[in-house]
Design a protein around this ligand. Structure first.
Ligand code: NAD
Length: 381
């Protein structure tokens, strides 16, 4: 019996992405894997059942959870569904492993494993699997477009018979993957763009995109390429210097995050009140509480003429490309498990799989260990 890889419809509300694109089906088949796709799973991303079928997948009306060896998801599955998994089944996704409702106990009870791609180590070898980065790029791009739509002004400079229009000023706070993509997109739309980050390394990246780097004199490099949390003194220093730049901007896009922590509050109510009416804030950190005090997650708020957007899942609005990239990240994560086609063997001593395991256990760390389901006889063959 071949290894069975199941791609269900996403259970999370409003999730339009999918963890498999038709183009990966043949690649999985080359690994000796049978691919099952729940009917309609790719609709939101523009992938039809016919396209999956033609690529070699089997379309199923309802997932048979107890049959799957690997469940590929974007946002994971609910606790009740986890309970229906067979022993040693593997679920892969952006599983929010730091959230309170992550169903770790359900995985333990089922004897199944969960790999959370948020926990991938930031090493060169893992870059092709880095779903946070691919999805952050989509989110950053969308953030700049959302801002351009919400702003009652042009982004570019325009010279018309009726007069000259000055370009919009955009400030991007947090120049990681999402922030840099927001900067690049706002620049392409013709805005004058500045970027700010607490990591000193971000300066060069911001400037290489033709934007100005805002230096507030606070540097906070953390581990693994991420930022660390700022001290109270550093926060006050940052707020004072940043306030002036925020007041001069028509658009502020915030993307600042510290892994596993609530988003740092960077834009205070006072800073919002210092912006000109008609200005726009797009808070990409809304999902972890927001970088702005006044952000209402998943809503559009208005305060003294300033529009505040708090999109929770902007990458899902770009579901086609976001899914293609994500699906390739997943494939790159799974492919090393099939050093021998048809035999699922997770390399248990590989730091990539050790670090990203969010629930359950890896087989004993003795290199690539055949990971078949001996007891029930249902596993890979
Ligand atoms: P992230 O989503 O965790 O955070 C977004 C940005 O917010 C980061 O640049 C961070 O420095 C910044 N930030 C945090 N607190 C802040 C504060 N108080 N004020 C201002 N800015 C703040 O980060 P990310 O986008 O996932 O990536 C961060 C870095 O890691 C980037 O330089 C990226 O290129 C690098 N990276 C490396 C690898 C790899 O080597 N495999 C993979 C992905 C990303």
């Amino acid at each position: 019996m071949n290894t069975i890889l199941l791609v269900p419809r996403e259970q999370a509300k409003g999730e339009e992405r999918v963890a498999l694109a038709p183009m990966q089906v043949s690649r999985y088949k080359e690994l000796g894997v049978d691919v099952l796709v729940e009917r309609g799973a790719g609709t939101g991303a523009g992938f039809t059942d016919v396209a999956y079928k033609e690529a070699g997948a089997q379309i199923v009306a309802k997932p048979d959870w107890g049959k799957a060896d690997i469940v590929l998801t974007v946002r994971g599955i609910e606790a009740d569904t986890v309970k229906a998994l067979k022993r040693n089944a593997v679920v892969i996704g952006l599983l929010s492993p730091y959230a309170k409702d992550f169903p770790e106990a359900a995985y333990r009870e089922a004897g199944a494993r969960a790999f959370a791609l948020e926990k991938l180590p930031r090493i060169t070898r893992a870059q092709a699997m880095d779903a946070l980065s691919s999805q952050a790029a989509a989110a950053g791009y969308r953030a700049a477009l959302l801002a351009a739509i919400a702003l009652p002004r042009f982004f570019p400079m325009l010279t018309t018979a009726a007069g000259t229009v000055r370009p919009a000023r955009v400030l991007v706070i947090g120049a990681g993957v999402a922030g840099l993509q927001a900067i690049a997109t706002a620049r392409r739309l013709g805005a004058i763009v500045a970027g700010y980050d607490v990591r000193a390394a971000a300066r060069e990246q911001v400037e290489s995109l033709g934007a100005r780097f805002v230096d507030v004199g606070v540097s906070a490099e953390g581990e693994g390429g991420y930022a660390r949390e700022l001290s109270e003194e550093e926060k006050a220093e940052q707020a004072e210097a940043l306030g002036r730049h925020v007041a001069q901007s028509n658009v502020v896009i915030t993307t600042a995050a510290v892994p596993g922590k609530p988003a740092p509050k960077i834009i205070s109510k006072k800073m919002v009140e210092g912006m000109a009416p008609g200005s726009v804030i797009v808070d990409l950190a809304a999902v972890s509480g927001g970088n702005c005090e006044l952000t209402k997650p998943d809503k559009t708020a208005r305060h003294q003429g300033v529009t505040l957007l708090g999109p929770l899942n902007p990458a899902a609005d770009l579901a086609g490309h976001a899914s293609e990239l994500y699906a390739q990240n997943c494939y790159n994560f799974v492919a090393p498990w099939f050093a021998e086609a048809g035999t699922l063997a997770i390399p248990a001593d590989d730091e990539i799989y050790q670090a990203s395991l969010a629930a359950g256990e890896l087989p004993a760390a003795s290199g690539a260990t055949a990971d078949t389901e001996q007891e029930s006889g249902q596993g890979a063959s």
